[in-house]
Design a protein around this ligand. Structure first.
Ligand code: AMP
Ligand code: MG
Length: 479
């Protein structure tokens, strides 16, 4: 199947028009394809080469439509930095329709009724980040929206300086957000809220359809999915940066990549978002913020579920789901399979040692994946060695309880501890080149991002640690 031969449907348009506004994309000037993800295209049933599809560019630029495509922007609201923000909605994302369980959306495709003071555009810099990161998260096994294509253009877009406009074609099984429910709760349109819940069950939780207490069961699944996704973020060192409820997907996947960052050196209180002055969305706070956001969702659902029961569900489900997932992943990262009571404590001690040692989080686990009792390989990359040395001694004792051969353990650890992580300094290098018209690094980063635990001998340089001056930097929200 060829991409441009896809036929879309738009089940969301069956809703009352207060859920959305129909809008046509505003094409960019002199557009050109920068990169495509064949891996994302497979989700749509596309097996023909995207680069040979002569209509792809026009479709991503919005100057041509796929068959059946009726374009629209979705209405939602949300809590931003702890405060209810009123009506927001897709201010620069335009939905194309749905196929194979994936909703296609153009980000940066022009003004909508929800653009407020914005220009409906996305700049190349932030579009490269979102495009690559969507695919990288998938490569890391973390639920996420995907990105099928990135196009650039000659359209000038005003930010702190003039930049060029770009569009990402992104895909997700749902674009409903916690904030979509918050909108209908805030307007008091409870019948519409219930219709939205029915739609979400149909789209994301079809096994719950017509079950008793299906809205509460839906809520429990949202809590469970969200907890698991956040556990994965914490295990891989991902800081989302803008965990507003309008950026929380109703099926718990990662969406809306802005000033995100992976930890360079392990620093539990790292804040990646420059505008987050109080550190509300700091790395270590992400589980608590997710819990708070889920509570906002429970409030929003209260016209159709009993709020006290939903709160009990939140308390009963979130923490155990988070801890189970987090501990499972951390044990795999440490190569511990014998399930010892003390493993949880060992992983917490490791985090404390990592912080004291001032060491690159990703590189540490990659090195640990080859640990054979010789400590110097790891200690040599620590700024401060003492606490790491003590931890490695404890770890060596713990490894004696493992029955598996060391080589087998190493093999398994290398398959879960990524070598290639989309760190900011690497992304920044690719953006600087792209600004000069060289997109080769975007292409290389896409390749390593889709199989981050494998060796890519010619692309070794993409795994390097950040130089001192750009470690754990803060990023601007402008995009
Ligand atoms: P974000 O924090 O990027 O998720 O965006 C928050 C809200 O602002 C959403 O409703 C976006 O659609 C909207 N928004 C962000 N940037 C723009 C823009 N350049 N033009 C229009 N709306 C925007
Ligand atoms: Mg957003």
């Amino acid at each position: 199947m060829k991409f441009s031969n896809l036929k879309l449907t738009s089940p969301y348009l069956e809703h009352d028009p207060v859920f959305y506004t129909r809008v046509d994309p505003t094409p960019l000037d002199k557009p050109f394809v920068i990169s495509t993800s064949q891996s994302a295209a497979k989700l749509l049933g596309v097996d023909e080469d995207l680069n040979l599809d002569e209509k792809l560019l026009d479709i991503v630029n919005g100057s041509q439509k796929l068959e059946g495509s009726e374009t629209f922007a979705m209405c939602y609201s949300g809590h931003q930095f702890g405060h209810f923000a009123g009506r927001l909605g897709d201010g620069r994302a335009i939905n194309l329709g749905k196929i194979n369980g994936q909703n296609l959306q153009l980000k940066g495709a022009g003004l909508t009724q929800y653009s407020r003071q914005g220009d409906g555009r996305a700049v190349l810099r932030s579009s490269i980040r979102e495009y690559l990161m969507s695919e990288a998260m998938h490569g890391l096994g973390i639920e996420t929206s995907r990105a099928l294509a990135l196009i650039g253009s000659d359209t000038d877009v005003a930010r702190e300086r003039w930049e060029k406009g770009a569009i990402v074609l992104r895909l997700s099984p749902t674009w409903v957000r916690f904030g979509t429910f918050e909108y209908f709760n805030s307007t008091g349109e409870h019948a519409k809220l219930q219709k939205l819940a029915d739609y979400v069950i149909e789209e994301s939780f079809p096994h719950l359809k017509n079950e008793e207490s299906m809205y509460l069961k839906m809520y429990a699944e949202i809590v469970n999915n969200t907890a698991k996704t956040i556990a994965k973020w914490q295990s891989v060192g991902f800081n989302h940066g803008v965990m507003n409820t309008d950026n929380m997907s109703i099926d718990g996947r990662t969406i809306d990549y802005g000033p995100f960052a992976f930890l360079d050196d392990y620093e539990k209180d790292y804040i990646c978002n420059h505008t987050d002055r109080d550190g509300m969305y700091r790395f270590s706070s992400q589980p608590a913020i997710a819990h708070w956001n889920l509570d906002r969702l429970a409030v929003a659902l209260s016209p159709i579920v009993n709020y006290e029961v939903a709160e009990d569900i939140l308390d009963d489900v979130f923490r155990p789901a988070y801890e189970r997932e987090y501990n499972k992943i951390m044990n795999a990262k440490m190569g511990l399979y014998a399930e010892e009571e003390s493993d949880k404590e060992l992983s917490y001690q490791l985090l404390r040692s990592l912080e004291r040692a001032t060491i690159d989080y990703t590189l540490f686990f990659r090195k640990l994946s080859r640990y054979d009792g010789n400590k110097s390989d790891i200690l040599d990359i620590c700024v401060s060695r003492d606490s790491m040395e003590k931890w490695l001694d404890k770890y060596s004792v713990r490894l004696e309880k493992e029955t598996q051969e060391a080589s087998k353990r190493h093999e398994k650890m290398l398959a879960v501890n990524p070598k290639y992580i989309l760190k900011n300094h690497i992304l920044q290098e690719s953006i600087v080149l792209a600004d000069k018209g060289d997109y080769s690094m975007v292409q290389d980063l896409l390749k390593v991002s889709l199989s981050p635990c494998e060796e890519h001998p010619n692309l070794d340089h993409l795994s390097k640690s950040a130089p001192m001056e750009s470690k754990n930097i803060k990023l601007s929200c402008s995009s």
